[in-house]
Design a protein around this ligand. Sequence first.
Ligand code: ACO
Length: 427
Amino acid sequence: MFRETLTVTDNRTGSSYELPIEQGTVKALDLRQIKVGDNDFGLMSYDPGLTNTASAKSAITFIDGDQGILRYRGYPIEQLAAHSSYLETAYLLIFGDLPDPAQLAGWVRDVGRHTMLHTNIQHLIETFRYNAHPMSVFISATASLSTLYPDARRIADPANRLLQVERMIAKAATIAAFTYRHNQGWPCNFPDDSLSFIGNFLRMMFRMTEQRYLPNPVLERAVNILFILHADHEQNCGTNAMRVIGSSQADPYSALAGAAAALYGPLHGAANEAVLNMLEQIGSPANVPAFLERVKRGEGERLMGFGHRVYKNYDPRCRIIKRTAEEVFEVTGRNPLLDVALELERIALQDDYFVSRKLYPNVDFYSGLIYRAMKLPASMFTVMFAVPRTCGWVAHWLELVADPEQKISRPRQIYTGSEAERAPGRG
Ligand code: ACO
């Protein structure tokens, strides 16, 4: 009869230990009993980048990276992208199931009530230079929300938490739109609740002199799909930042700003911006082979938008985005950079360097092309990622706060500095 345990023998001492295995994991703290003597601190695991450490139990998002499967609360991403709205998906992530029509109407109303932005935050956005990176502005403005809502620090109160969650989802969109308008030098458009959440967002972004702005339905559908695909992706760098900051019981706006800051890096959510810059730099399909040779020789940057820590197969979101891009180009005209992207994908997926490392296009490979077709500057792309990811971040924050097993996040280190005490002032 097999037992759900792991037997470890410490060859330094000859002692054996039996560690329980639960849900495919051993507890890192169970290693601590493994010691060479009474004064020994005990064994720790070393895992920079937390590549093989589960830091949370979560019921929100399931990913099978080898099979290329992504599900929110059990629902396949393909079905949600085809049939759901962004706010309905946000409800699913946060409350655990899809809403019935009455619940959805109530949720849309409750979130819609918070789309207005206090003029303090609008003025704050307007104090930044017009060419400040929109993601830096977005991070600063989301952090500043905590100055307006000090009640957010009462995180033990579930009703209060929900209020902040509604505010964060709604205001992330308004902050993004105001940031864009400031970047372009255009006055802000205030929210219009006669439109859908996405329709209102597009109006706040793009309305110029029209009396009645009506979003193009193909573009509205495309942004709805992109928002659903970007809504959550379990314990990635940004979500981990949200949880780490939330674990100290800081207010959720501060945690949200930290999560957005993590997203800002080019290895994470700013890859979509880096992809567009890369495609522009390559310029034409004819230059693709030489570019890929440089990537393989490690001479320049990586092939941005390729590779993923979890997916070792085609990212299922990328397949949907590629289809959506074709629909958008029917309206906006075809972007010639799509041909460069298609050629990169075609050659890379036949090349042993990429095949052997299981490097496939990820969510960011084609998303920037859609946003560029909507005339957004590349610097706005990560903001367009942060707006919908806000609902994933807050779902994880709610899960964290309610989880009795969670503690303040505080990793260990392997100290590599001087062992001896040093005296100041001596050469
Ligand atoms: N181009 C070229 N080579 C790559 C790439 C790439 N995009 N990604 C990984 N590799 C190579 C590495 O050089 C390494 O090769 P080696 O074994 O010969 O040293 C091997 O593949 C493994 O790479 P790691 O960096 O160890 O993989 P990791 O899981 O740590 O990184 C990451 C994942 C950061 C996404 C990486 O693939 C990458 O940098 N991709 C480009 C940036 C990008 O698109 N990021 C967006 C990810 S999706 C998101 O965050 C929303």
